[in-house]
Write a protein that binds this ligand. Sequence first.
Ligand SMILES: O=C(O)c1ccc([N+](=O)[O-])cc1C(=O)O
Length: 461
Amino acid sequence: ASTEKMPLDSFEEFQPFSFFLTKVSDIPQRHNAMGAMNLRDILSASMGELKSSCHFNFMFEIPWLLKQYPEEFRKMPLLLVHGEQGRQELDIKAEADPFSNVSLCRAPLDIPYGTHHTKMMFLLYETGLRVVIHTANLISNDWYQKTQGIWISPVFPPLKSPAEKGDSPTGFKSDLLQYLAAYKAPRLAPWERHIQAHDMSAANVHMIGSVPGRHTLNNKHHWGHLKLKKVLSERGPDSGLVKNWPVVGQFSSIGSLGTSKEIWLLNEWGQSLSACKKEPSAILPASKLNLIFPSKDNIRLSLEGYNGGGCVPYSIKTASKQPWLTPLFCQWVSEGRGRSKAVPHIKTYTRCSPDGSQAAWFLVTSANLSKAAWGVLEKDRSQLMIRSYELGVLFLPQFFGCKNAFKVTSHVEEVPQSKIPIFPLPYDLPPKTYVKGDRPWFVDVPCVDLPDTFGTMWCPP
Ligand SMILES: O=C(O)c1ccc([N+](=O)[O-])cc1C(=O)O
């Protein structure tokens, strides 16, 4: 028998947070042996006897995706929810055509420059329904040598009686149904019924989602950064605890954020991310905001070399309009998880203690640092305009048996045996600022001064 753990064993030893990274090829095995899953693990029979599944995502390689299923599950009904339009929609239809069990559902994207960014799986088993919310495209390269985040739900059993609601104190089920309703897509109806029919009372995370639209009145607080602000102001940390705790954002792309940091980043987005229980939120001081974004050298020296920067599409055109952002940047460092050289495609946000030992909350999401993903207030703050579909899950201490903060570490060998829940960080805390000579990675700027891991230069297409 191989020394490899069964996926279900890896799953069970990393509870209650159930927050995993993807396995990375060519790093020491110990960093994949604990708290890491690949797509085959998630889809394996040890995780459940599959009947049908559904994937929400941005990019798909359908033949590769089917090969990640165990042989006996490859012919089962599979729905792919995408955002492709026009010529690209014809392409994905052609790619799905040979597989009679694969059907497609196009997410409406009525606001320009919006993307269907959400990455989620519904896995319907003989015994119940599992939900997976993650950050990886369904293409082989995203599961090869990058750092990606995955939240895996328990198997939610069927409701004993249709009269039961089957929701949890976090409102996960009703939030998920509200998210699905926003697609107004008839092909999602069977999956809405499956969700309705299962008991999700064990869900211990809050859903933080975005759907395209100009959200007003009560709807305003259901999505994007205002949803996070709502949850944190109702159930977040006491301001006394986190007064000197920075907000840490970590992402793989950045949108156009305006001509100064005060406008959206600190005043609007920052106010939401620094919200506390029963406190009027205030502007987030720049000194209390760390943004982990790969430096040019983080990409150059990565396992993939400069090519790894292909999925970190920050353009010099956008960057040149916001030089005020660079002083906030910190390096991607993940020594504890053995992933300093695994390009981060994961997106996470947290409020952590200055020494990096505790966090008041932690969010893993598809949302990069952009107005399109998080929303921007318009019309005198009466509406929140969001362009894209995004989805993430928020971990709050009190839903994991902790008081007002949870212990965090990137040295995860201590996690399984610990008596108290320890949150497995994807990167090292506290964040490390850029060093002299560092610059942010720009996907469209040639690098011909220093060769990468493979001795090659970067001459962008
Ligand atoms: O991989 C994705 O789903 C993705 C797609 C588009 C963009 N973008 O347009 O910046 C960024 C990402 C990202 O996740 O980094």
